[in-house]
Design a binder for this molecule. Sequence first.
Ligand code: SF4
Length: 307
Amino acid sequence: MDGLWLTISGGEPLTNNWIWDMLQLAQGPDIKGIAIITNGTLINQETAKLMESLGISEVMISLDGASAQTHDAIRGQGSFARTMRGVEILIKYCSNIFLGCTMTLTTLNMDNTEDYVDLAFQMGFNYVWINPPIYCGCIVQSELDISYEEHLRIMKLVRELDTRYFRQAFAVYYNVPYYPLTDPISPYLDLSTACPWGRTNLTITADGSVLPCLYSRDLCLGNIFEQSLIVLYHSSVLEGVRNGSLLAEPCRSCLYREFCGGCRARTYYLTEDWFAADPWCPLVRGLTEEQIRVFPSNLPKEKVGGY
Ligand code: SF4
């Protein structure tokens, strides 16, 4: 491995009294960068300056709406104002930190997506991630779920929004591994957004359990206190998903398997099978690539090479 990226998430990592000691210990030649996922409500001038001085590379803010009405309906009254205050402080004191925000889609905020992206751009974020829900932890299937049709509609809208902003160094991403199929030129140009499940990503929980990703809590590969990360990375489960031998069709033979392979976590929570075909992939649902690709009407000509 050519250096590691370390991402600290929670719960809310800034409630941990040891966070600053841990970030200090995490400095070293093998660590290429450190990212923190936080709701931003505990960020003040002091913590922002600490992040900058510790060389934190990236902060991702959990923000679930473009207004207090939407965000607070999900995260509690007053949350939006506290998060916005944290973001303003970060922008003021942390000029070297790459700043993103992430929204989990529900029926409460899905019609807010365009306003959300516009707000993030205006505030000075560098990128936005829009996440369809994965039912793990405290997220359970409920009346707040978006439907499959809404998922498809918003995935295409996100490609339109990404196209609107890409020349202004602001990226908009829909967090499913087959999102690159919406690219109007070629999904292969979008490989930076490939699914990291057991490929470029492993998650270590507080008790040392190693998982293929943050959401795959029911698939423990082993424990960091008993086996090395390299050994766990080469486990038969991860190898079988990476080379496709464990995957069901059509994922196993799919042209895009090497960067996609389906979202293993969402597939598991929807089918109780880690290796089934991803039920939310449009190709698995029988759509053609032409039906998924997005040709926005205002797409700049240089992006599409004259299409
Ligand atoms: S069929 Fe499977 S590997 Fe192919 S794009 Fe869909 S989810 Fe990805």
